[in-house]
Design a protein around this ligand. Structure first.
Ligand code: BDR
Ligand code: CA
Length: 309
């Protein structure tokens, strides 16, 4: 199986991504690092453990990482995810431990200890932990197999400002470091996640999955209300699980290998992913920017795997 580290800020969609990764036989989750994003890191670190316990995987190594962006103050998204970050269904406080040590050091040590080119990073929140690890231990950069991340937007610009997607907007300096790192990067921007909509029909199979299914439905009902009110779409976009689905089965996605730069200066467009989709510059491509997914295949993969938990 493919070895991954999930770096995350749950978040209901992060939570479903974690369930998918823990369920999929194609994936070996080496550990999960929490980062500040949707809610502060104390809550995201707690939420990760709640999700692992829902999955019946209390042995997963969970670490708390950075408590805020590299330069600017933290911006959170309780307006989307609720005060806990994981509103929608009441879950008990986790009893599994939070590991000692910092999430950034776990990332560094794991990449140093595993054979070079065998660990994939899956960031589902702001890129603070990943960029901090790259700054602190530049030797690990060339050892990373791939980064598959959720963040950014091109045609579907702006869910936190008119120009920026939340994960990149929260820590543009970190994103800039990651996009300039020369690691192989695959990006799941809003352009693709807005095609992975949780319709009522797609939630139907979760109704016969017992506790795990009830939890997913509780999260989705809460999370969805925001996007339906806002975008009037068929259902809320299930952003973060697209990252894990791509690691399992990249063939259901389509994108372009293009140049992507992060705007860090402009007050108006800070955090924008300036994506050269049409190849109008001669800037070197640095990221596989995904634009399309076979949404039915994606939901089939999700239900098949989560149904085994
Ligand atoms: C991203 O922001 C968060 O609110 C979601 O969890 C997702 O990672 C979407 O812009
Ligand atoms: Ca997230």
């Amino acid at each position: 199986p493919r070895k991954i580290i999930i770096d995350t800020d749950p978040g209901q969609d992060d939570a479903v991504a974690i369930l998918l990764a823990l369920a999929a036989p194609e994936i070996d989750v080496l550990g999960i690092t929490a980062v500040a994003g949707n809610v502060p890191v104390a809550l995201t670190a707690k939420n990760v453990r709640k999700v692992c316990e829902v999955a019946g995987c209390p042995d997963v190594l969970v670490f708390a990482g950075c408590d805020g962006p590299m330069v600017q103050p933290l911006v959170t998204a309780e307006h989307v995810h609720g005060a806990t970050g994981l509103d929608g269904i009441e879950l008990p406080d986790p009893t599994m431990p939070l590991q000692d040590g910092h999430g950034v050091d776990f990332i560094i040590e794991t990449i140093r200890n595993e054979p070079s080119g065998t660990v994939t990073l899956c960031p589902l929140g702001p890129l603070t932990n990943i960029a901090t690890a790259f700054e602190k231990a530049p030797d690990i950069v060339e050892r990373v197999q791939e980064i598959v991340l959720m963040g950014g937007a091109y045609f579907e610009v702006g869910n936190i400002t008119p120009a920026a997607e939340f994960n990149i907007y929260v820590d543009p300096e970190a994103a800039d470091i990651v996009f300039k790192s020369s690691v192989k990067i695959t990006v799941m921007p809003l352009d693709v996640t807005h095609k992975a909509l949780v319709t009522q029909a797609r939630l139907e199979p979760f109704k016969s999955m017992g506790h795990v299914g009830d939890v997913v439905i509780g999260w989705m009902d809460f999370f969805e209300r925001f996007d339906i009110e806002k975008y009037g779409s068929a259902g809320g976009p299930l952003h973060d699980p697209t990252v894990i689905a791509y690691v399992i089965d990249p063939d259901m996605f389509k994108g372009r290998f293009i140049n992507v730069e992060i705007e860090t200066k402009s007050e108006l467009t800070r955090g924008m992913t300036v994506a050269d989709w049409w190849g109008v510059t001669d800037r070197a491509p640095n990221a596989m920017f995904i634009g399309d997914v076979d949404a039915d295949a994606f939901f089939a993969l999700l239900t098949k795997n989560i149904g085994t938990l």
